[in-house]
Design a protein around this ligand. Structure first.
Ligand code: CP
Ligand code: NVA
Length: 301
């Protein structure tokens, strides 16, 4: 493993090993407190963040490393100087680059032109660190991930893509329920179908909310992702039947609720579900740090 750009680069055993390492770091942090001693990580963010920025910063500190946060005072990466020059320069000083960019191509450029590992902290297409934390959470709750039935409801986006890829590699069952016109990217769906076939997983895409029946967990995300100029008023009538609320959880007997956050309470999910006893949102948020630390230890030591 040279970079973490999508999770597609991982085999099933590599992915399971990462989750296993994350559990070890979570349960015995003292064993890893010098794992990144003398290492510096640069974090480049073109978009806002709470969880990703804080969990990387504090996580790197807990591993004995140093991190430097660069926001984009000068606009998108590549405007003041090329992505290639950016990557080449950062590689002179840093041991790894964590990047959150509008375009996934920018992250690919950092990996291509830099000489140090690059970790995708969210692009328009993928959010691999989130999916790793989510599968860690599901594994803690449900055990064997190959038996997990996960449903994603809402806008087919970067988070959906990474969950679909992870589920397929792990041999899990994934059902993606989206309003017409808001399904995940077709090319990624094809790749995921292939991965699922190779690993014993399954992927179902539907607009029928009744597909929630029998799922272990339902996951949702914002209906409008960062960088998308769509107005809520233009899509809410179409999306309202896909709001996750308690009557829906009860009707289809779904035990667990997941969200990458930030959530729009009262829009894609109600307070009752967010704060309900089946809500895993804070466990997911905490696991961001442990999952990312496992990636850092794997890439850097
Ligand atoms: N889930 C997540 O990535 O949150 P932030 O945008 O706050 O980093
Ligand atoms: N899909 C969301 C995820 C935020 C963590 C976005 O891209 O804005």
């Amino acid at each position: 493993m040279k970079h973490l750009l999508t999770i597609k680069e991982l085999t099933q055993s590599q992915l399971l090993a990462l989750l296993d390492l994350a559990k070890k770091i979570k349960s015995s942090p003292a064993d890893y407190r010098h794992a990144l001693a003398g290492k510096s990580v640069v974090m480049l963010f073109e978009k806002p963040s709470l969880r990703t920025r804080v969990s990387f910063d504090i996580g790197i500190h807990k591993l004995g490393g140093h991190c430097l946060y660069l926001d984009q005072q000068n606009g998108a990466l590549g405007k003041r100087e090329s992505v290639a020059d950016f990557a080449g320069n950062l590689s002179c000083w840093a041991d790894a680059i964590v990047a959150r960019t509008f375009s996934h191509k920018t992250i690919e450029g950092l990996a291509e032109f830099g000489t140090v590992p690059v970790i995708n902290a969210l692009s328009d297409l993928y959010h691999p660190c989130q999916a790793l934390a989510d599968f860690l959470t599901l594994s803690e709750q449900l055990g064997d991930l190959s038996k997990v039935k996960l449903a994603y409801v809402g806008d087919g986006n970067n988070v959906t893509h990474s969950l679909m890829i992870g589920a397929a590699i792990l041999g899990a069952s994934m059902t993606v329920i989206c309003p017409e016109g808001h399904f995940p990217d077709g090319l990624i769906v094809n790749e995921v179908q292939q991965l699922a076939a190779e690993n014993g997983g399954s992927l179902v895409l539907t607009s029928d909310i009744a597909a929630l029946e029998g799922q272990d967990a339902v996951y949702t995300d914002t209906w409008i992702s960062m960088g998308d100029q769509t107005e809520l008023s233009d899509i809410e009538t179409k999306f309202n039947p896909y709001q996750i609320n308690q009557p829906l959880m009860d009707q289809y007997k779904v035990k667990y609720f997941m969200h990458c956050l930030p959530a729009h309470r009262g829009v894609e999910v109600t307070d009752e579900v967010m704060d309900g006893k089946g809500s895993l949102i804070l466990q997911q948020a905490e696991n961001r740090m442990h999952a990312q630390n496992a990636v850092l230890v794997t890439l850097l030591s």
